[in-house]
Design a protein around this ligand. Sequence first.
Ligand code: TMP
Length: 219
Amino acid sequence: MDATDPNRGRFIVFEGGEGAGKSTQLKALVARLRESGLEVVSTREPGGSPGAEALRDLLVRGEAGRWSPMSELLMMYAARSHHLETVIRPALARGAWVVSDRFADSSRAYQGAGGGVAPELIEQIDAAVVADTQPDLVLVMDMPPEAGLARAQARGDMENRFESKGLAFHARLRDGFLRRADALPQRYRVLDADRTIEAIAAEVWASVVAAFPDLERRT
Ligand code: TMP
């Protein structure tokens, strides 16, 4: 897939730790892009396709020690492969925009920085599975893990396996996201997620328009 093809859709990803408000911001952005007349596919990881959602259930529920970081990594990329093949690539090819709640940087942060899987191995698998379907823009929703975990735990749902991994794990993965964003400043924006929903949404939109200036002509 040629990322420079003007007819190809654009691929935007929200990333961040637990309870950072990604899903709320994703919904607002998707609505705004649709108002601009774009076809937008709103999706998430792990999941986003029926096969990948089945893997999600195995990954996000149960005891923290149920899977090693290596097992998690391979399952995350198995799910990602199916999601790419059946949802993301067909959408981008027909000109739709794809907005995903998490993607491969969550594997780098959670299984790599947090879980200790070697970065070189993650990059080898990523090169084979994601290949040139890399996101055009990654919005990292950043906040202290203490605050994010408190918010996530207040939701009280059953998808809490990663939340239960402890504060040190969550501090490492936050650093992982920030280091990745630092290394690739042209494709990444770090947003302070510890603000009002409206303030963050305004910065999300400004970041998206800055990355895709043609959008302004549509609005
Ligand atoms: P969510 O709570 O944001 O829907 O994400 C589900 C959990 O899966 C979250 O705790 C982060 C974790 N995760 C990984 O550990 N690695 C990955 O590659 C992805 C996509 C998610």
